[in-house]
Design a binder for this molecule. Structure first.
Ligand code: NAD
Length: 248
């Protein structure tokens, strides 16, 4: 579905980003794995190469504009163009009430989860205009549509990602560039597993009408569709894969 396409995926060292990088390369894309964690990013590249796919690693901190520019520059240096960008890198951040939330932590979560998506698109979109087309998918969350207590920065950033996605989609709709956001429910990745104990995990499962958490591969499939020609009339939208969470 992505034959001859070049995809830049941030946060592809783990979880949803890694599953997406693997699925995209299985579908013919060449992938740039952009992650702050060099070891994890290189492991993703090694897994892709074992499966006979094409990928390179570019160390990237998406909260730094200079790194986001470098990721695009390296993509073009290696593969000559940029067709697809998945702005997926994100962190969970502190769990605390707004009145107790650490101010530096607020800045950190916003700078990675929201500004990082803006910095990414700021450099990706001109490259796509040059390429006469492209597709961007930004990683939001169900928490881009509804709130949850104790994560004010995360919830704010994810709501922001959906607004930013709509604004940019309108700006580039006539340039053959589609821009969408996705909103997973809770997915079994280190981001969730490392922050919760068994009891909390059980409680989380019960919040999903399907009675379980999602798998990273289930989000990768949605991303594949959104980044392929199969979704050619879809732009400015926000798609959930959440086991029914938001239907309640
Ligand atoms: P994860 O922790 O498994 O992977 C995140 C990856 O991003 C890691 O490889 C990490 O090194 C990288 N990263 C972190 N900060 C970075 C930075 N500043 N620059 C570049 N890379 C950075 O997490 P995941 O669950 O796969 O989450 C991926 C995205 O999906 C995030 O944006 C997250 O908010 C979103 N999301 C996750 C869930 C979930 O339940 N896991 C649900 C909804 C949305």
């Amino acid at each position: 579905m992505l034959k001859n396409k070049v995809a830049l995926i941030t946060g592809a060292g783990s979880g949803i980003g890694r599953a997406t990088a693997l699925l995209f390369t299985k579908n013919g894309a060449s992938v740039v794995v952009a992650d702050i964690d060099e070891k994890a990013g290189k492991q993703t590249v090694a897994a892709i190469k074992r499966a006979k796919g094409k990928a390179i690693f570019v160390k990237t901190d998406t909260s730094l504009p200079v790194d986001c520019k470098n990721a695009v520059d390296q993509t073009i240096a290696e593969y000559k163009k940029l067709d697809i960008a998945v702005n997926n890198a994100g962190i969970g951040g502190q769990q605390a009430k707004t009145g107790n939330y650490d101010l530096a932590e607020w800045e950190k979560v916003i700078s990675i989860n929201l500004s990082g998506v803006f910095y990414g698109m700021h450099y990706q979109l001109p490259a796509m205009v040059k390429n006469k087309g492209g597709v961007v998918v930004n990683m939001a969350s169900i928490l881009g549509a509804v709130g949850t207590a104790m994560s004010p920065a995360y919830v704010s950033a994810k709501h922001g990602v959906i607004g930013l996605t709509k604004a940019s989609a309108l700006e580039y709709a006539k340039k053959n560039i589609r821009i969408n956001a996705v909103g997973p429910g809770y997915i079994q990745t280190p981001l969730v597993k490392e922050n919760l104990n068994k009891k909390q995990l059980k409680e989380l499962e019960s919040l999903h009408p399907m009675g379980r958490l999602g798998q990273p591969e289930e989000i990768a499939e949605l991303l594949l569709w959104l980044c392929s020609e199969k979704s050619s009339f879809v732009t400015g939208s926000y798609y959930n894969a959440d086991g029914g969470y938001l239907a309640q």
